[in-house]
Design a protein around this ligand. Structure first.
Ligand code: UGA
Length: 322
């Protein structure tokens, strides 16, 4: 069982991507723990900006929260004066959308922006720099579970940029002692999940009586991770001593197929629904599954929310909004 961690009272934190899915939950948790938070977000139009504005509506009312509406790739030296902890959550997300013309958004927001932030960080006395990496760095490793020391071979351009940024974090740690820790998130879900992601689309379709779209056979598997667990893992990564330069898998603890998820959703929603199968999407890994031995041993982190429980919470959050 994970014990909850808190940063020292009044710690000054930077959360990049503060209006996004993970960034907004993390900012809320840090403020609740007595921190001051500077959020940064450039509100790209990858999905409806109104959802991002909704994510941060309550945060903006908190006097301990400031928001900088700007692009990290244009970082200016005085933006983050006094920051002690960095939680770098901003990115151009989306595995399946990262081909073609769109790739320049991925290089700008994932690679260049991270490099700019690290350049700033090397001239700053930070206590910790936590980078939100991704299970997409692994690709098809040919073995499960996936271990941090496996050779990463991303399958999507998105995965390539997340891996490049993770390598940049390692370089700035090795050369300039920036206290980086990278967390490889495995498919995060929960209230506020991005609208391009599977659970959001499935739940919305079920509640609207629309057909669900499944890419491939639905037999692909994922290690789905609840947002609350991702947030706690960030706190652990920021507060545990002697882990600078380390990389950790953050998984939910169970691997299940997309078809298996639909079974749970059928039961939880009590609504019948129709499914349409479409071709496998380029860049989609067939399976993911986190080996969590390292994070258990070194950060004393264990996920606490089962998929059943997390999906029930997510379903309720949709009903509240509708
Ligand atoms: C997710 C995030 O979108 C990435 O940003 C993140 O980096 C990645 O997790 C990760 O763990 O590294 P993904 O696993 O594709 O990527 O997450 P979902 O969108 O929830 O998709 C899960 C599975 O459901 C995929 O196989 C996808 O093809 C499938 N899917 C998705 C459908 O069958 N139908 C849909 O409508 C949407």
């Amino acid at each position: 069982m994970t014990t909850y961690s808190n940063l020292p009272e009044n710690s000054k934190c930077l959360v990049t991507g503060a209006a996004g899915f993970v960034g907004s939950h993390l900012s809320r948790r840090l403020l609740g723990g007595g921190c001051r938070v500077t959020g940064l977000d450039c509100f790209t139009d990858y999905y409806n900006r109104r959802l991002k504005e909704r994510n941060i509506r309550d945060l903006l009312e908190n006097p301990a929260f400031d928001l900088i509406r700007a692009d990290l790739a244009d970082l200016e030296n005085d933006w983050f004066d006094g920051v002690e902890y960095v939680f770098h959550q901003s990115a151009q997300a989306g595995v399946r959308a990262s081909w073609g013309e769109e790739f320049s958004h991925y290089t700008r927001h994932n690679v260049l922006a991270t490099q700019r932030l690290l350049e700033w960080a090397r001239r700053t006395k930070l206590k910790r720099f936590v980078y939100a990496s991704s299970s997409s760095v692994y690709g098809n490793t040919g073995k499960l579970p996936m271990h941090e020391d496996d050779l990463p071979r991303p399958l999507s351009p998105y995965g390539v940029t997340k891996l490049a940024a993770e390598h940049l974090c390692n370089l700035y740690h090795q050369n300039f002692r920036v206290p980086t820790v990278s967390l490889r998130y495995f498919t995060v879900y929960g209230p506020g999940q991005r609208p391009d992601m599977a659970f959001h689309r499935f739940i919305k379709a079920i509640l609207n009586g629309d057909q669900l779209v499944i890419y491939g056979t639905g037999e692909q598997t994922r290690d789905f991770t609840f947002i609350g667990d991702i947030v706690e893992a960030n706190l652990k990564a920021a507060t545990t001593g002697h882990v600078e330069g380390r990389v950790y898998n953050i998984g939910g603890g169970t691997r299940i197929s997309v078809n298996g998820v639909l079974e749970i959703l059928k039961e939880l929603s009590g609504k019948p629904f129709k499914v349409r199968y479409e071709p496998v999407q380029a860049g989609d890994p067939p399976h993911t599954y986190a080996d969590t031995t390292r994070v258990r041993n070194e950060l004393e982190f264990m996920p606490e929310t089962s998929l059943q429980k997390g999906l029930a919470i997510m379903l309720d959050s949709f009903r509240e909004v509708d």
